[in-house]
Design a protein around this ligand. Structure first.
Ligand SMILES: Cc1ncc(COP(=O)(O)O)c(C=O)c1O
Length: 385
């Protein structure tokens, strides 16, 4: 083989494939991509414009601007009632590079990483790129897709080093309850494991629930790296600003690594992020309320669709829908739904093969108008089977 074995073995993203397919028809409706349909606040654009007008064009510090690191540390300290300083924070190119560089700073060849399955498929790829081994821990619809402490315990070996948590979860919309978090924390402490807590959907939480981060539990701050991002919170995915926040030693290694990978995050987008923390916190709530309205609508509809069932997600903007009753596999369902009705969804196999065959994921980060039209096509499709 000519190029890297790891690179060659990475599957092409089915979500991208679906986006390309959907772009071919004027009447397509896409529930495939997890990208907010909102625009950031005007103050965010204004801050980026001011940076460009001031001709800010230098390499910024690898760790990010102090002002942004401080803003993030203060914001996090207040929201999870756990004190953090600037030294605990690195600004990254989106949550993606926070995850990847965080793993690179921690993992050695053959280390095992527990990830709850279904999972955000990039975890798997990043773990492989670190020459470590992803160990899926299955979660089940009957259990609201919540990771159980017993399931984690079963998968721990003497090679286990890290548990990756994602709450609210992409693709299920499930959250890990406070009680489960406390037990997972206990397991991490007993087995001396690290935790990466992917909290990029922390603001998209419904039914009045308050966010609990595992980092705020006793004994966990020193072993947890929080992953966060402006992409979903402030609807700024194209600005590519993310964060990792955790033990100074871990973060310092990450700063060293990014110097040799992408050097720094662009000036203008960091200015935009500083502005978002100053002016956009109320906007997060408005977006959350709209996502909740959409969730309620879709849930009521799905309950009545022949062959489909789902749990009511508590957060993020996804439904992970059980399609067993249609008699189709996830691949067949997605392909036929698109070919026959021009509605794009993602087969559950993209998020872990073992259970994924019976599920599809839909993202409702799209307008209510699209949602209503898309759901009525799904109803027609299911009735025709
Ligand atoms: C679970 C999860 N983590 C991290 C990310 C990374 O997002 P970004 O790099 O845009 O911050 C995403 C994006 O979809 C995600 O779904």
């Amino acid at each position: 083989m000519k190029y890297s074995k790891i690179a060659e073995s990475m599957p092409a993203s089915p979500i991208r494939k679906m986006m390309v397919k959907a772009a071919q028809y004027n009447d397509s409706i896409s529930f495939a991509v997890g990208e907010p349909d909102f625009k950031p606040c005007e103050e965010v654009f204004e801050a980026a414009r001011l940076s460009l007008d001031a001709h800010e064009s230098e390499y910024s510090p690898g760790a990010g601007y102090d002002e942004l690191r401080i803003s993030y540390a203060n914001y996090l300290s207040e929201t999870i009632h756990t004190p953090y300083d600037m030294e605990n924070v690195i600004v990254t190119v989106g949550g993606m590079s926070a995850l990847f560089v965080g793993m690179m700073a921690l993992l050695n060849d053959g280390d095992e990483v527990l990830i709850s399955a279904p999972y955000f498929s990039n975890y798997n790829q990043m773990i492989a790129m670190c020459h470590a081994k992803a160990v899926p821990v299955d979660v089940y619809e009957e259990n609201n897709f919540v990771l159980t402490p017993e399931a984690i315990r079963e998968k721990i070996t003497d090679r286990t080093k890290l548990i990756v948590l994602n709450s609210p979860c992409n693709p299920t919309g499930g959250i890990i309850t406070k009680e489960a978090l406390a037990e997972i924390a206990q397991i991490a402490i007993e087995n001396d494991l690290f935790v990466m807590s992917d909290e990029v959907y922390r603001h998209i939480l419904f039914d009045g629930l308050e966010y609990t981060s595992i980092a705020s539990l006793p004994g966990m701050k020193e072993r947890t790296l929080i992953i966060d991002s402006c992409s979903k919170t402030f609807a700024m995915p194209g600005f590519r600003v993310g964060f990792a926040c955790g033990p100074t030693e871990w973060v310092t290694l990450m700063i060293k690594l990014v110097e040799g990978i992408y050097s720094a995050v662009p000036d203008a987008t960091q200015r935009a992020a500083i502005s978002a923390f100053k002016y956009s916190m109320n906007y997060c709530k408005e977006m959350r309320d709209e996502y909740e309205r959409r969730r309620d609508y879709i849930y009521e509809q799905i309950k009545g669709i022949k062959g489909l069932s789902c749990i009511k997600p508590s957060g993020a903007f996804y439904f992970y829908i059980n399609i067993k009753g249609t008699g189709l596999t996830a691949e067949e369902f997605s392909t036929r739904l698109f070919d026959e009705k021009h509605v794009a969804v993602v087969p559950g196999t993209n998020f872990g093969a073992s259970l994924g065959r019976s599920y599809i994921r839909i993202s409702y980060a799209t307008s209510m108008e699209n949602i209503k039209a898309g759901i009525s096509r799904i109803i027609e499709f299911c009735n025709s089977l």
